[in-house]
Design a protein around this ligand. Sequence first.
Ligand code: 5GP
Length: 189
Amino acid sequence: MVVPRRAPVLVLVGPSGVGKGSVVSEVQRHHPNVWVSISATTRPPRPGEVDGEHYFFIDESRFRELIDTDQMLEWAWVHGKHRYGTPREPVETRCERGIPVILEIDLQGARQVRTTLPSATFCFLAPPSTGELERRLRSRATETEAQIAQRLQTARTEMAAIGEFEHVIVNNTVAQAAREVADLLHLVE
Ligand code: 5GP
């Protein structure tokens, strides 16, 4: 029997609005074998979001149960209101089968993965500038002014931690950032 080599797990952190979703989609478009972890969250779905596809939308008591039974690789309160976390088992299964994995999580979660999965690769996706980040956040138009202010505050905290990351990719263009992410996962075209 051929045992597949464990595939890399890439932890991708970056402020809300930096374009993580677009970059990750572009990586998957070129490399359909890459698996992006589906997080669990207690926040309600936004219009168009599908349970089990964008997130697993679960309630507080289920979230606590997953923590208590050690089924979360990491979890955090994000933007001070809702819990978000990465279910452990699907990540480990993919990685053992040789399927490259991307975790799109926040800074607090990434810090936990340093302990729970130290073999992971850690990368920060940065905006070309903070002005550009604000412009991108506003153009998304799904959030209220108060939510945008909250996200900008979280973004400033996250930007301050850029030095913790071995790899920093600036999202100048989606195509370039996606190529750099693919390189970190040792993916070849
Ligand atoms: P949104 O509510 O816009 O979908 O996501 C808000 C933030 O939650 C994002 O910046 C993202 O990094 C973070 N996030 C999403 N999933 C997870 C997760 O599983 N764990 C942690 N720690 N953060 C997450």
